[in-house]
Design a protein around this ligand. Structure first.
Ligand SMILES: [Fe+2]
Length: 323
């Protein structure tokens, strides 16, 4: 894959993604180096997804680690208004669907009527968990992505979608990255998990296991569900920043919801052009941390050669989580 895993596309009614950073909604398909081409600054552009089209974003702004200053002066009144409207619509949907920790931390992003300055958020975030957000021009490759996470730095794209992309955008933009991902970085356990994920990603890269790890990222950080005292809730950024998938993931009878099983997740393909057919459910962030803390090397070895599981494949009936 080229970019990093994770970000999937998101935020629209369909969470599609392309192969993006491990953290972005997309799924990476491998561990290949980013494709360099076109105008190259210190950081080469990244090929987005399976297509050959160049990624969105001006990579000439980025340094060797793919970070750059937030280009705050470039935001127009329309950009701020897009953020305001996205935030207002999504925040209104959260009660009863988003996890308690996310709802509690959301105000830490600051004002909701304009795109925040990342440095203002960082003053609160550093104090809360020692994390900070850094600006990137768009999707970035796996190794830089993992390296940032391992150092408690979360890459956030600074540009925002155009008004005509209000309901759907392929690549993650500032709304997906900020609204979807950053609130849970204020939670100490989740924050520690993200750092461990970065360390694990660097190890997976060396072992040729990025595809397996990207599936874990996809089904947890991007599309994870959590069972809480008042019922099932969403904690994945791809869900939380999507107006349509939020309700679908938590309440629709269509998808199946399985308990988080690391090996099962790592074998399960996922959809990048529709709502997920399968969600994996945790009971606490501590469970997520504990299940992902072990060295995955033996798991990668065990999975080697085993067939993938289709995104919507139904397991034995007893695996299905009732809610
Ligand atoms: Fe994401």
């Amino acid at each position: 894959m080229n970019t990093t895993m994770s970000h999937a596309a998101i935020n629209g009614d369909a969470a599609r993604a392309a192969k993006g950073r491990p953290g972005q909604a997309t799924a990476p398909s491998g561990c290949s180096e980013p494709h360099a081409g076109g105008s190259v600054g210190a950081a080469p552009p990244v090929v987005y997804g399976a297509s050959e089209r160049p990624p969105r974003g001006d990579y000439t702004r980025a340094g060797a680690d793919y970070t750059c200053p937030q280009d705050y002066d470039s935001y127009t009144a329309a950009d701020h208004d897009t953020y305001r409207r996205l935030y207002a619509r999504q925040a209104a949907l959260l009660p009863g669907l988003a996890c308690d920790e996310f709802i509690a931390a959301l105000p830490s992003l600051g004002a909701s009527d304009h795109i925040p300055r990342f440095e203002d958020i960082n003053q609160r975030l550093r104090q809360a968990t020692g994390w900070e957000i850094v600006t990137v021009p768009g999707l970035i490759p796996e190794v830089p992505f993992f390296t940032l996470l391992a150092n408690r730095k979360f890459p956030v794209t600074d540009w925002i979608r155009k008004p005509e992309e209000f309901d759907y955008i392929v690549e993650p933009d500032v709304f997906h990255d900020l609204f979807g991902h950053v609130p849970l970085l204020f939670n100490p356990i989740f924050a520690d998990h993200m750092q461990e994920y970065g360390k694990g990603g660097l190890k997976a890269h060396g072992l040729g296991a990025c595809e397996q790890l990207s599936r874990l990222y996809w089904y947890t950080v991007e599309f994870g569900l959590i069972q809480q005292k008042d019922g099932l809730r969403a904690y994945g950024a791809g869900i939380l920043s999507s107006s349509g998938e939020l309700q679908h993931s938590v309440q629709s009878p269509e998808p199946q919801r399985l308990p988080l099983d690391i090996k099962r997740v790592m074998r399960t393909r996922y959809k990048i052009d529709s709502y997920q057919q399968t969600y994996f459910v945790i009971n606490s962030f501590q469970e997520l941390f504990d299940k992902t803390a072990p060295d995955f090397t033996p798991i990668y070895q065990r999975l080697h050669g085993l067939p993938d599981i289709a995104a919507g494949a139904r397991p034995a009936e007893e695996e299905v989580v009732q809610h």
